[in-house]
Ligand binder design. Structure first.
Ligand SMILES: [Fe+2]
Length: 197
């Protein structure tokens, strides 16, 4: 279940309707998809796309997305740190970043032009979009594992454009979850800190 954290206001939001209302002015929508029993832990990418085809087709129809794929990241992923380092620095894209988390967890930090910086911790069943042009960055949580469905209008539009204003280094990569794992927040490529509820 997703959670929003507004660090500068020491505020946390976990109620679904309250999250949607908070995110709406930023053009971000949140959906909770049913995940129980739909795919097993060994499901192939194709089996995941087939299991969630009705939701994917609905989003394609309403959002202009033309393609979907599955990204699978875990500690055994080759060059994992190099991959994570691409996304844990503040950046924008020229198209929306749409992610449905099938398995694992992660945290998006969103840096709006108007309004407070906030994070969205996502886990299995959570779908969020990061609108085009929105400054953001992404960290994995301590298990360094996430399996996501991604939707694209044009996969070339997802190239990161880095902001490089240092804001990302002012915020520890906090994952809001059931366990707290103390981590060195300067080691941003490895994992995010988890904080007890
Ligand atoms: Fe991104």
């Amino acid at each position: 279940m997703a959670k929003i954290h507004v660090p500068d206001e020491n505020r946390e939001i976990s109620d679904v309707q309250a999250m949607r209302e908070f995110l709406k002015p930023f053009g971000i929508w949140y959906e909770k998809w049913d995940v129980a029993g739909r795919v097993g832990p060994q499901a192939t990418d194709q089996e995941i796309l087939e299991a969630y085809s009705s939701e994917i087709e609905r989003l394609k129809a309403q959002g202009g997305f033309v393609t979907a794929d599955v990204i699978n990241v875990n500690p055994a992923t080759p060059n994992l740190d190099a991959m994570l380092n691409k996304f844990n620095k503040e950046h924008t894209h020229s198209e929306d970043e749409i992610r449905f988390t099938v398995h694992g967890s992660g945290v998006f930090h969103i840096h709006p032009d108007q309004g407070p910086l906030f994070s969205i911790t996502v886990e299995s069943g959570d779908l969020v979009n990061v609108p085009r042009g929105t400054k953001h960055w992404f960290n994995l949580c301590s298990d360094r594992t996430i399996r996501c469905i991604r939707l694209f209008e044009d996969s070339s539009g997802w190239t990161p454009h880095y902001v490089e204003n240092g804001v990302d280094r002012q915020y520890a990569p906090l994952c809001w979850g059931p366990s707290y794992l103390k981590a060195d927040s300067s080691d941003r490529s490895r994992f995010a800190i988890e904080i007890a509820e």
